[in-house]
Design a protein around this ligand. Structure first.
Ligand SMILES: Cc1ncc(COP(=O)(O)O)c(C=O)c1O
Length: 392
């Protein structure tokens, strides 16, 4: 095509191979077949392109991976069995034994526990945990040199955004690389590589798939970096399976429609919730009073994501009471799908964090996370209204 396509068009068409007569087809086979021993050996040696074995690559997996690479504006993408497989392979590929990792305190609970319980003790990596919104603290932490600065574009569930350009400058100045989990932003709201990040990871289980029926992940970066991530994925068996890759690609075709609607509804709900007597705070960057509203507006292209943090009066008991009172919004742990969900991070997804770290990560005891789906906004408001009325 001789014009630059828009994001919705690319979400539908990206990754299709020109001349491929079976675009979007599911190819499950885990073996490649060769017409000669010479070609078998050449593919094995990496001298010729071809498919050898499912754990190394598969046509459907590669087609979905190249679509995600195109959406992120990356040289290459590795599709993985889960978001955690993507984060694990990235950190293992980028961190030398005895290296230094600066991690956002706001990082997703399992990423934090992977770093704390495996990466640090098993690989001898020194870890410094910082408030990622405090650039002076990040700069000080990187002072003696760093290999990786790790953060999320929009933190789950606290909602703070990371100033990616500033963080990339700090990481690069200290000799390191910026790795960004952009699950909550999706490539439609933000393309971190364009802001100077070196690697983008996704839990494709969330918005990219969008239907709560696939577990998958992705790593996007330049070709050389993805080659080193690929070696870890091959050795640890972390590749996505073809069925998941196919379902993921099908879900991605409606990414733009879903995310547009989810973000608009999240803003509507935030405006409706703020100031209500049962609510302490709605720390959503879409609200102009949020301290990061200006940064978020620039970084996220005018939309603010569809994960809505809401602090309920009454602490942990208040948060749990709201969860128990919703009827349409389901009590589920995941985010980014077409159906809305509610969860209490302090007792579920972020239970690995101590009470102090929860507060530092922007997760007070009464915080619930509403993962906004694609239902009618009026129905979600009606559900929240009846649920809040029960809190007394
Ligand atoms: C921001 C973020 N990153 C990574 C993950 C891990 O993804 P997965 O569950 O696909 O391994 C999650 C899961 O909730 C997440 O919310």
């Amino acid at each position: 095509m001789d014009w630059e396509q828009g994001p919705s068009t690319r979400a539908i068409h990206a990754g299709s191979q020109a001349g491929d007569d079976a675009v979007g087809s599911l190819r499950r086979s885990v073996i490649g077949r060769f017409d000669s021993s010479r070609r078998f050996a050449a593919v094995m040696a990496g001298e010729e392109e071809g498919y050898l074995y499912g754990r190394l690559g598969n046509p459907t997996v590669l087609e979905t991976a190249s679509a995600i690479a195109e959406l992120e504006g990356a040289g290459a993408c590795e599709l993985t069995a889960s978001g955690m497989a993507a984060i694990h392979a990235t950190l293992v590929a980028l961190l030398p034994n005895g290296g230094h990792l600066v991690q956002a305190i706001q990082a997703y609970g399992n990423a934090a526990s992977l770093i704390r319980d495996t990466i640090a003790p098993r690989f001898g990596v020194r870890v410094t945990v910082v408030d990622i919104t405090d650039l002076a603290a990040v700069e000080a932490a990187c002072g003696g040199g760093v290999n990786v600065v790790y953060c999320e574009t929009i933190a789950n569930p606290g909602g703070v955004v990371a100033d990616l350009a500033a963080l990339a400058a700090i990481a690069h100045g200290a000799g390191g690389r910026l790795v960004v989990d952009s699950t909550l932003a999706t490539p439609l709201l933000c393309r971190p590589l364009a802001h100077g990040a070196d690697v983008v990871v996704h839990s494709a289980t969330k918005f990219l798939n969008g239907h709560h029926d696939v577990t998958a992940g992705a790593v996007c970066a330049d070709r050389a970096t993805i080659d080193s991530v690929h070696r870890i994925i091959v050795d640890t068996g972390g590749i996505a399976d073809p069925d998941s890759a196919w379902l993921l690609r099908r879900g991605m075709r409606t990414l733009s429609l879903r995310v547009d609607r989810q973000c608009a509804t999240a803003l509507t709900l935030a405006r409706w919730l703020v100031g209500r007597p049962e609510i302490v705070a709605v720390p959503y960057t879409g609200l102009p009073e949020h301290r990061q509203h200006g940064l978020a507006a620039r970084l996220l292209d005018g939309r603010f994501g569809a994960v809505l943090p809401v602090e309920v009066r009454g602490g942990r008991a208040g948060g749990e009471a709201l969860m128990d009172a919703t009827r349409l919004i389901e009590r589920v742990t995941s985010i980014g799908g077409v159906s809305s969900g509610i969860s209490h991070p302090a007792s579920t997804s972020h239970r690995q964090l101590s009470e102090d770290d929860l507060l530092l990560a922007g997760i007070p005891p009464g915080l619930v996370r509403i993962a906004v789906g694609c239902e009618d906004a009026d129905d979600l408001i009606a559900d929240l209204a009846q649920a809040l009325a029960q809190l007394g």
